[in-house]
Ligand binder design. Structure first.
Ligand SMILES: Cc1cc2nc3c(=O)[nH]c(=O)nc-3n(C[C@H](O)[C@H](O)[C@H](O)COP(=O)(O)O)c2cc1C
Length: 187
């Protein structure tokens, strides 16, 4: 088995992104260490996505600073935060590692490891944009939860997968999720 990925889930709408990402990573036989914020747990439950927990290889408590993912010495292939709130985005952009999730993201930045944030909010104000620019300048990939329609999605799962296919691409994984533009031909 290869090194794992880390998935952080926060209290933004769109728990289905985390759920389907975990499903795809499991299908690809990839290990995932999961950490979720308190508000993340509440939104996951509210949006009916509680089944996601069973798909993770390991679930860490967000107040467990002794977890391996808090350390730069823990080897992994990258961290995804999906969906990512503006609150957590602001914390990470400002180097505040006071929860396990924020600390693991901070470690990615300092160790120059892959960090993909999937922000979800609308509309946004200038601080939201500034924080995303800061993270981008630090090497993180800011991949908003903006589904696309040009591949003609037929269901909510299809729509969600238009975002997740890009996440999986950026993780460097070969995957069958969603179509690619070249498959669709030209009218
Ligand atoms: C149902 C629900 C949906 C929410 N959706 C969003 C959202 O899409 N984006 C966002 O930034 N915050 C959203 N929030 C607010 C966050 O949960 C709140 O700012 C929280 O403090 C974030 O904490 P966390 O980043 O530690 O998870 C939502 C809250 C609830 C209850």
């Amino acid at each position: 088995m290869q090194e794992p990925f880390i998935l952080g889930i926060t209290g933004a709408s769109g728990a289905i992104y985390a759920h389907r990402l975990l499903r795809h990573l499991k299908d690809l036989n990839v290990e995932v260490h999961l950490v979720i914020t308190e508000h993340g747990k509440q939104v996951v439950a509210y949006e009916g996505q509680q089944d996601l927990f069973s798909l993770a290889t390991k679930v860490h408590r967000n107040d467990d600073m002794f977890a391996p993912i808090a350390s730069g010495s823990f080897r992994h292939r990258g961290m995804i935060i999906a969906p990512c709130t503006m609150a957590t985005l602001g914390k990470i952009a400002n180097g505040i590692g006071d929860t396990l999730l924020a600390r693991a993201a901070d470690v990615c930045l300092k160790e120059r490891r892959k960090l993909i944030v999937v922000p979800r909010e609308t509309p946004m104000h200038a601080i939201h944009f500034q924080n995303q620019k800061t993270l981008s300048d630090l090497g993180a990939i800011v991949l908003p939860a903006n589904p696309s329609f040009y591949l003609k999605p037929q269901s909510i799962d299809d729509l969600v997968d238009t975002v997740l296919a890009r996440v999986l691409d950026h993780l460097g994984l070969d995957h069958p999720v969603s179509h690619r533009w070249r498959d669709m031909g030209h009218p």
